[in-house]
Structures are given as C-alpha cells and as structure tokens.
Design a protein around this ligand. Structure first.
Ligand SMILES: [Zn+2]
Length: 507
C-alpha cells in the first residue's frame, strides 16, 4: 500500500505505480497485496502524476551519486547510470499543500497547473510541446509535502531541458484570463477525483478529523470554496514565496557526465537570484486521546471501512551504523512497517488468508500500510471492503483481531524472512528505472535524509525482530489514536448528470 497520506492521482496510473510514487523510500513497490489501502492511498497522495516505466536491465554496479549546492542555494543531485541513452530530470520544490494556510487550500496544486502556462519566451503549453519535440515526456505532481516536475528525455537533449526548466522555475507568468480558465480545470479535477469518488471523499473527511493543528488536515486539491475564491495573485504570491533556489533541488539520473551536468546547472539554474527561503511555522499535531469516528454516505456499489492510527515516524537517527543508536520512535516506525508487510505485504499474507478467502470470507479485499516517513505526522492504515452480506463492523472486528493476534502471539521467523527478502528485491528492482532513482533521491532530499538513506533504512529494516513487531502491535492499536471512517453506500442518484471525463487535465 501506499502512502495514503498524500496524493490524488492521474487516472492512468495503476496502483503499483502509485505505490512506488507514494512511498517516500519506495520500500514496498514490489510487495503484492495491499490493493485497497494502496488504492486509497493513491486517492490521497499526489495530484497529477505520470507513470514511469521500468526497464528490465540489472542495476549497474558502482554508480556514484553526487550532490552539489549552487551559490544561490539550489541543490543539484546527479546519479550517472549509463545503461541506456536516456535521462530523468526532476525539479523538486519543498512546498506542498501542508505549506498552505486556511482559506487558500489548493494553491500549491493550482500553481503546479499554472507552471505549464509559459514564460516571457514561452507560450502557454509550449513547455510540454518542446519536451515532446525533443523526444521526451513530462508531467508534474503535488503532494502534501512537495511539488515536483519531471521529464524523461534522450540523454543528448538534457541541456535544452535544463534550460527550459530553469526558465520555468524562475520566470513563469500567466495572464488572469488564463488563470480563470485553468482554475475551472482544477475544480473539475476535484469533482472527478474527490466528489465523484466516494472513498476519496471519505479520506478527505477522515484527514480533516484525524488532524487538528497539522496542515495535513486539508485536502491537496483544496476545498471547493477555496478554489472558488482563489485569485491569480494568490498563486503569484505563493510562487514568489516558495519557488526560490534554496527551497529546490534538481535531480538528474541517467546517461550523463557529472562535470558536464554541473556546468549546465551553473549556467542555467545558477543565474537565478538566490532570494529568501521562507521560515516555516511548526504546526505540531497535539496528542490524540480518544477515538474519532466519521461516516460518509454516498452513492457507491460497496461499503468500505478505514482505520487510521497515529504512529511515530523515522528520524535521522535511523541512519546510524549501529541499529541500537536509532531512536525508540524510529525503531517503532520500522517495526510498524514490517508489521504492515506481514499483514499485507504479499499474496496470501495474513489479511488475505483471514479475511478474503474461504466460503465465509468477511471481505472482498483488505489492506495494511504504514506511513514511514514524511514532513508531517504519519498514520498506520487498515482497510477493507465487506463481502456480500457482511457489514463494515464485521470487517473492522476482523482487522483488529489480526492485530490482536500478533500482539498476543507474535509473528513467525518465516514471515519476517519473507518480507525482508522482498524489500531487498524491491530495492534492486527499483534501481532499474532511472525515473525511480530520481524520485528516490528527491524524496530523500525533501525529508532531509542523505542520498544513501534507502540502503541504510533497508539495512535497518532487516534488523527488526519478531519481538519488536509484537511490541508495536500491542502498543499502537488501541482506540486512543484511532480515526475510524466508514463509507455507507447509497443507491445511485437517478438525477445526477454524468460527468465528462474529457474535462480533466492530465496534471
Ligand atoms: Zn492537477
């Protein structure tokens, strides 16, 4: 499953692709199962995504990733991988919906749309046309934590892409009429992906209830009334405030020469004025001390139940060479991630066997996912779709029974070994795709982790013991930290007009 915390997604992505995108450390892209939460996660995570395709080649040994800071504060990360003459170029800005304020929700995502509207030297829409003419493809996404723009292009065209992206980062402009047209596209995106998608709508409300002070309580796409009230200048202010070199990273992976890339970065990105990186307010989520429950009634074919438990997240101490030096919170975050994998990390894992198989199965599908890392507070998710004749309450009870069982009896060495082996395999697989490499490096930068964080985190995950998994199962799944969300299906509304999917943009 995948990063329920963050995204909403383009319709052309499959759950697996979403998984890879949403998991900041990409630890479980290859884990099977998790169809549900995965899907739900997808609904919440990132608006606007382009799927990447993975090659089937084996990873190149010994490729060194290098990081530089330009004089204006912009971070440059380069990972040579010369197995194919292609390059992934990503621009990451450390600003997402969590940096918005009340009344202006959705600004980060709306701005992402406007970043395709041109510069003094580029007409609206011309950016993507130029990338396509160079033989590449491009897209962008906005999550709670970040906004990112990416292109995959033939290696020989990298310089032109860097020039185009640097120009867009520094000089995007649009007229008010253009904004008025595009904000309608954004609203239609909200209608299609949230208001007409009952589970997505359920999660929007669940986040709003689970979080109080944390800006994670607001939807990435924004509340409709905020979109109605949004102005062109709201976006311009947000753009000037956050799109500064010290708040951005350019990540390049593929068939490149590091010295050459660095020279181009200095030439194109290096001339952008430094500006000031804005200070951020902490907005710490207060402790939750009691169950929160919501119910959402909507036209839907099936009921659905989701449990969100607040959990600790990784901190930088997890990267120390000695596992014992990781903080207690980090060890728990790792153990919770292993727990989710034991429950739902592979076909035939515990939730599958207990809930979705056999003549008297309680659920059509069930999932588990742990939010391991992010700029804001993290959540462990359990979810399920009741089978015909079963109720959300029965699915809820069955999900909690599985946690209780692990809390009492622990997990087997065989299960532990299985999920750990899969992680190692998934790390290897992930490196096949240069876009995945760029995304992983960008995520590490975003979270303030070093470039080799993934390998270190996987190494730490392998040290998690059965006792630790049993211990977190016993400590984090009471009612105190729980937000329980239930979708109550209603029959279709005969008066509702069908929407035209063609109205949605690809971002
Ligand atoms: Zn969008």
């Amino acid at each position: 499953m995948k990063r329920p915390l963050q995204v909403t997604f383009a319709q052309h992505m499959t759950p697996t692709q979403l998984t890879m995108t949403m998991f900041p450390l990409s630890l479980c892209p290859r884990l099977a199962g998790a169809r549900l939460v995965k899907k739900a996660a997808a609904l919440l995570g990132a608006w606007c995504l382009l799927a990447s395709s993975a090659s089937a080649q084996s990873p190149a040994p010994g490729v060194q990733v290098q990081q530089f800071t330009l004089a204006n504060g912009l971070t440059l990360i380069v990972k040579p991988d010369r197995r194919a003459p292609t390059v992934a170029h990503m621009l990451w800005v450390r600003v997402g919906s969590m940096d918005e304020v009340d009344g202006s929700s959705g600004v980060a995502h709306a701005l992402e749309h406007m970043m395709f509207k041109g510069t003094p030297t580029l007409k609206p829409g011309e950016f993507s046309r130029r990338i396509a003419a160079l033989g590449g493809r491009d897209n962008a996404f906005t999550s709670r934590d970040a906004t990112a723009y990416h292109q995959q292009i033939p290696a020989a065209r990298l310089e032109e892409v860097m020039q185009l992206e640097a120009d867009r980062f520094a000089n995007t402009q649009w007229d008010d009429e253009e904004f008025k047209r595009e904000i309608e596209v954004v609203k239609e995106e909200r209608r299609l992906r949230t208001e007409d998608a009952p589970r997505s709508q359920l999660y929007e409300y669940a986040y709003a209830v689970a979080f109080t002070a944390s800006p994670y309580r607001r939807p990435i796409v924004g509340w409709m009334s905020d979109l109605d009230a949004m102005t062109s200048d709201d976006l311009r202010r947000f753009y000037r405030q956050w799109y500064v070199p010290g708040n951005a990273a350019v990540v390049i992976a593929g068939d490149v020469d590091v010295a050459q890339v660095r020279a181009w970065a200095e030439k194109y990105y290096g001339r952008i004025p430094a500006g000031l990186t804005p200070a951020r307010k902490p907005r710490i989520e207060p402790a939750q001390n009691g169950i929160r429950q919501i119910e959402h009634k909507a036209s839907a074919s099936q009921a659905y139940v989701s449990l969100m438990f607040k959990v600790p997240q990784l901190d930088i101490s997890v990267l120390k060479d000695v596992p014992a030096q990781a903080s207690a919170a980090s060890r728990d975050a790792l153990a919770l991630t292993v727990l989710a994998a034991v429950l739902d990390g592979y076909s035939g894992a515990r939730l599958d066997r207990a809930l979705t198989q056999g003549a008297d199965r309680v659920a059509d599908s069930a999932g588990a996912y742990n939010g391991l890392l992010g700029r804001g507070p993290q959540v462990f998710f359990l979810d399920g779709v009741p089978a015909e004749g079963k109720t959300p309450g029965q699915v809820l009870a069955a999900l909690r029974k599985q946690i209780d069982r692990i809390a009492r009896e622990g997990v087997s060495q065989g299960e532990l070994q299985r999920v750990k082996t899969q992680w190692v395999a998934s790390e290897t697989y992930k490196l096949d795709a240069i876009f995945s490499q760029a995304r992983e490096l960008g995520s590490n930068w975003l979270n303030g982790f070093p470039l080799d964080a993934n390998a270190r985190v996987v190494a730490q995950l392998r040290t998690v013991t059965a006792q630790e998994v049993q211990s977190v199962a016993a400590r984090y799944f009471g009612d105190e930290q729980l937000t329980l969300a239930t979708l109550v299906p209603l029959p279709p509304d005969p008066n509702r007009k069908p929407r035209l999917p063609a109205a949605a943009s690809r971002h």
